[in-house]
Write a protein that binds this ligand. Structure first.
Ligand code: HEM
Length: 521
């Protein structure tokens, strides 16, 4: 018989063979896709990026090094190929959503439109939601947003202006967070939660939501862990509930209460977003989940765009001067219709502010507020790339967003520079040219490509962000009003803010500014 040493040696050999076999199988599946060696056999490469908070930049770096389709984990490919990214989400694409979308499900009884992986139900949900989100059936959208901008202005005027007698500074990132939460609750429920009017993080909501983001990020990397916390028996302890006093649960409770009041068969639906959802057949239960999703999807994203556009403008004196000149000229030329009843710059007026709109677009390009890979999944039969390589069925293919928005091929040699003028120049050149779709190097094609590359920050095709219209509407009006009314400068130019990636979003803090009121222009 074998002695104990021999048995141990055999066991070690068997174990080593099992590990080697596992590594081989793992590598073999996507062997024709280059990438960091460690990524072929484990998720360690992604884990390192998450730990260092550099994953979005690491992805760009590997796409530059290995080509447009790079393997970043045993079953993950990432691409900076804009055409492929658009094709994966197009209406007729055979790709579907990968399981990472299930990670954003917060109500364990029901998927919302962002977590739904069943294509039929996803389409059905979008059909019920689209009109409400588009603003067409929401006659109160502008007035609702104006009301919150008014609260913001009054708060700044009364508490945060820097004057000769009161040398006060403002931590803008915090106020901006309160503002976007109030706007989105106003838009979603027809009544703002009231963060701004109390100038307070009610029940520590923002704090808890911020703390949760890194946890969600890890759950996204380790899908098994994520499935575990949703198991019956465990989920009651780990998942948010409408009875919670803070965090997502608090918003679920608020949504439940408002929807209960609103979805009453004896009442005629209002002309707002919830009313539109009801008219298009969304059930009461679905409306509660969708309204909570709006808060999750629409606040952290829009607030980053608001803060970053302000940051880019106030730290570029030449750009800042041009923005204010444009605003002042519009004020002089249209004194009677630039402001709404609430003293906010009207949406119609913001359409005339070409330069400001270019600034917003350029900020979204430079610092996309949401940059997770948002992996789609190949159909069971796989996909064949134009170069003949086969991506096997069930492979996750993610977007390398920084590789697209900072692409020199699309945006030119100065792709890393904040230059709003690029949009105005490109649009003008495109408008001077006859339409010729066959010419891919034409000014028209170049402008279209730039637009597609930046629009992809909102996703595309059948998965495109439903809140894009609302977000852009809010950004245009808020920035135009703030920059017309105030001079805003950074208190600490060597570190104007702290901005940290978490779960594919950016979290900012310590954005201290000095706000002074501008005279009549
Ligand atoms: C600058 C602000 C925003 C950015 C950058 C952004 C970005 C995105 C992205 C990247 C997606 C996913 C696309 C995909 O799955 O491929 C998405 C989906 C979504 N967003 Fe936004 N978003 C923003 C603002 C908003 C706002 C304000 C709302 C709500 C009013 C909102 C509601 C949604 C919803 C409901 C979805 C799910 C769409 C679906 O699954 O079909 N977003 N957004």
């Amino acid at each position: 018989m074998f002695d104990s040493h021999t048995i141990t040696a055999i066991l070690v050999l068997l174990l080593a063979a099992r590990v080697a076999y596992g590594a081989f199988v793992s590598w073999y599946r996507l062997r024709h896709f280059p990438g960091p060696l460690i990524a072929a056999i484990s998720k360690l490469w992604i884990v390192r990026g998450v730990l260092n908070k550099t994953l979005h930049l690491d992805l760009k770096r590997v796409c530059e090094k290995y080509g447009s389709f790079v393997r970043v984990s045993p079953n993950d490919i990432v691409t900076d190929n804009l055409d492929h990214v658009l094709a994966m989400s197009s209406v007729r694409s055979p790709y579907g959503r990968s399981e990472i979308y299930s990670n954003v499900k917060f109500d364990f009884e029901m998927d919302h439109v962002f977590s739904e992986r069943n294509e039929g139900r996803h389409q059905e949900l979008r059909r019920k939601l689209a009109a409400g989100y588009s603003g067409k059936e929401n006659t109160q959208l502008e007035a609702g947003i104006d009301g919150q901008i008014r609260v913001l202005l009054d708060l700044i005027d009364s508490k945060y202006l820097y004057t000769e007698s009161q040398r006060r500074t403002l931590e803008f990132s915090r106020l901006a967070q309160f503002f976007t939460l109030d706007v989105i609750t106003e838009v979603a429920f027809g009544q703002a939660f009231g963060f701004l009017s109390r100038d307070e993080d009610i029940n520590g909501y923002c704090h808890v939501a911020e703390q949760a983001l890194p946890i969600f990020e890890w759950l996204g990397v380790f899908g098994t862990l994520n499935r575990m916390i949703r198991l019956p028996g465990i989920r009651n302890l780990t998942m948010p509930r409408p009875t919670d006093k803070t965090g997502v649960g608090m918003m679920m409770g608020y949504a439940k209460k408002v929807v209960e009041e609103r979805f009453d068969s004896t009442k005629v639906p209002r002309e707002d977003m919830l009313g539109s959802f009801e008219r298009h057949g969304l059930s009461k239960r679905e409306a509660q989940t969708e309204a909570t999703l709006q808060i999750m999807a629409g606040s952290d994203t829009t607030v980053t765009a608001l803060r970053s556009t302000l940051l880019f403008i106030m730290t570029n004196p030449i750009i800042y001067a041009k923005v204010q000149q444009e605003l002042d000229a519009d004020y002089r030329d249209h004194p009677n219709d630039i402001l709404t009843e609430q003293g906010v710059i009207s949406d119609a007026a913001t359409q005339r502010l070409t330069y400001l709109r270019a600034c917003i677009r350029e900020s979204i390009r430079m610092l996309p507020p949401a940059f997770a890979m948002l992996q789609k999944q190949t159909p069971p039969e796989g996909d064949v790339l134009p170069d003949g390589r086969v991506i096997p069925g069930g492979t996750r293919v993610g977007t390398c967003l920084y590789g697209i928005v900072r692409s020199k091929a699309i945006y030119g040699e100065d792709a890393d520079v904040y230059r709003p003028e690029r949009w105005i120049e490109a649009e003008k050149a495109a408008s001077l040219e006859p339409d010729d779709r066959s010419n891919s190097s034409s000014a028209k094609a170049k402008f279209r490509r730039m637009t597609q590359g930046t629009d992809v920050v909102f996703g595309s095709g059948r998965y495109q962000c439903l809140g894009k219209t609302v977000a852009m509407f809010e950004l245009r009006k808020t920035l135009a009003t703030l920059l017309h009314r105030y001079d805003i400068v950074s208190v600490n130019p060597s570190q104007p803010w702290v901005s940290v990636p978490a779960n594919g979003l950016l979290l900012q803090s310590d954005m201290w500014v000095k706000v002074t009121k501008r005279g009549a222009k």
